[in-house]
Design a protein around this ligand. Structure first.
Ligand code: GLY
Length: 328
């Protein structure tokens, strides 16, 4: 039997998330809920179809996150929140578990899809994390699509920005249209394992509503919001960046798996429900092993998430547990 024949039988799969928070179910209209589920499924399928064809977990994660970045509903890419001064500063990271290769970009203001930039920074291989102009120069080097910062202006996020400034009451109209009744942590992310058993994780965000200009969250910081290691797992987190940073949440999960031999589900459960909760943090995590065991945990009321594996596991969920919906 050839090596190809052996590796082709390996389980593969991916999971995506689009944030966690204290979603008020009574404010979630059927139309917005349906749009969220459709976007999550579209992202999942974009990644899964690539994995099915034998593409790398890196391709799958990039494709899935690009779909989420292009959806106004989520706080990443086009739907990014405003900073305190009324602009947008995006951040993203992508890490491959094969050789621990990684790339990240922060304070991005003119690159349409920061996850694509993170990948190019990783593949360029010089630096791991670039900021602002230096990162955007790489985008030009690779001909990535550039946009004006106003591309990230959306009416729903503007209402949220003004509401947080106290300048105006949030226009409730937008809650039935583009603004979700959950504005806390709309960060997006994906984790995947391909037919070679290579794991990848990526995360992309606009950060926190009305964040101080220059504030960096956890998403693009390896070991905090994003991490991948074939020997352990791939992880993407969402939640309060400052606490996730201090806990090195993603690396902590990987260390539990590798050093303590914890199952993925126990490692993620402890990180979210013991560690994150103990320090007053809220949020959630998706994680995957090289055998495509997929786990999701959150300590908030809701987390937007979806998964699919070659073993036939498939789900899209907002409430409930794991990748199954249920009562909030
Ligand atoms: N978790 C996203 C942020 O804190 O920026």
């Amino acid at each position: 039997m050839s090596i190809d024949a052996v590796t082709a039988t390996r389980a593969y799969g991916l999971a995506v998330h689009a944030g966690a928070g204290s979603l008020d179910r009574t404010l979630l209209t059927a139309r917005v809920e349906s749009n969220i589920r459709t976007a999550l499924e579209a992202a999942r399928e974009a990644g899964f179809r690539l994995l099915e064809r034998g593409a790398s977990s890196i391709d799958a994660v990039e494709a899935a996150i690009t779909v989420l970045e292009d959806c106004e509903l989520f706080n990443a890419g086009v739907g990014s929140v405003y900073t305190a001064t009324g602009g947008h500063e995006l951040e993203a990271a992508l890490m491959s578990g094969r050789h621990l290769a990684a790339g990240g970009a922060v304070r991005i203001s003119t690159v349409k899809n920061p996850i694509r930039l993170a990948r190019r920074i990783m593949e360029r291989g010089h630096e791991v994390l670039l900021v602002g102009d230096a990162a955007e120069a790489v985008a030009r080097e690779f001909d990535l699509e550039e946009v004006a910062n106003s591309y990230f202006d959306t009416p729903g996020r503007l209402a949220e920005h003004q509401g947080a400034l106290g300048a105006a009451a949030i226009d409730r109209e937008w809650e039935g249209n583009s603004l979700l009744p959950m504005t806390e942590y709309g960060t997006v992310g994906a984790v995947a394992a391909d037919q070679q058993g290579d794991v990848c994780a990526g995360t992309s965000t606009g950060g926190l509503v009305n964040k101080t200009d220059g504030r960096i969250g956890d998403s693009a910081v390896l070991g905090a919001g994003t991490y991948a290691d074939n020997n352990g797992c791939g992880i993407s987190a969402t939640g309060q960046g400052e606490i996730i940073l201090r806990l090195s949440l993603a690396k902590g999960i990987n260390d539990r798996v590798i050093m303590r031999g914890s199952s993925l589900s126990l490692a993620v459960h402890e990180a979210v429900h013991n560690e994150l909760s103990r320090y007053g943090g809220s949020g959630g995590v998706i994680a995957i092993t090289s055998n495509s065991e997929v786990v999701c945990e959150f300590n908030t009321k809701a987390m937007f998430r979806a998964c699919r594996t070659s073993r036939g596991e498939v789900g899209v969920a907002i409430f409930g547990a794991g990748f199954k919906d249920g009562d909030p």
